[in-house]
Design a protein around this ligand. Structure first.
Ligand SMILES: [Zn+2]
Length: 198
């Protein structure tokens, strides 16, 4: 890792035109992760996550959830002891309703989960590995650091995930049908507005 020629961030010594996104954020390369010796961040799926989140593709089947319902997307997140809040930040991609069941059955981190229909999932920023401005080494920590687009701190980060903010959220219950197998539930089915229980 080297200091960027502007002095206000990090960069790769052999940086190429595809190493940064439109906001100037540096994105992880597979070779960097292998050589770092750090605990394995979920780097393998960085490109896939970026693609699914930026295009609103279902995280299970890859289908375009905007085609399924252009007005709202279904998000299933790990349970943090409360419903999904307005402006909730997440690195999760949406799921199409038939895939919600598959997601919660096959993703261990979704064993306990909350869900919401979201009208406006908006690009918020990136999550990744933060680097120290003096040592140019990764700042110790277990969690990925989230940085908003426009925040100068993003220049000291190697992104591994795109982050969305969820706006226009309507929490849904487990028992309202969104977790039923394909064919048993339609996207038009009315959903109650009570708080989520898990
Ligand atoms: Zn799907």
């Amino acid at each position: 890792m080297v200091r960027h020629r502007t002095g206000r961030g990090i960069g790769f010594a052999d940086e190429g035109p595809y190493d940064r996104d439109a906001d100037g954020v540096l994105w992880i390369r597979q070779a960097i992760a292998r050589g770092s010796g750090r605990p394995l961040f979920p780097t393998v799926h960085a490109l896939r996550q970026r693609r699914t989140v930026s295009r609103m593709l279902c995280q299970v089947c890859g289908a375009d959830t905007l085609k399924h319902d252009p007005e709202r997307q279904l998000f299933v997140l790990k349970d943090v002891g409360r419903p999904i809040e307005e402006g909730e930040l997440t690195t999760a991609a949406p799921v199409c309703p038939p895939c919600a069941l598959i997601a919660v059955e096959h993703c261990p981190h979704l064993r306990g989960h909350v869900a919401a229909w979201v009208e406006r999932p908006l690009p918020w920023g990136v999550a990744g590995i933060l680097y120290d401005r003096d040592t140019l080494s990764p700042v110790p920590g277990d969690d990925l650091t989230k940085v908003a687009y426009g925040d100068p701190a993003r220049h000291w980060l190697v992104a591994t995930r795109q982050v969305l903010s969820l706006n226009g959220c309507t929490a849904v219950f487990k028992d309202t049908g969104y977790l039923l197998p394909a064919g048993a539930v339609g996207p038009q089915r009315p959903l109650p507005r009570e708080a989520v229980t898990t």
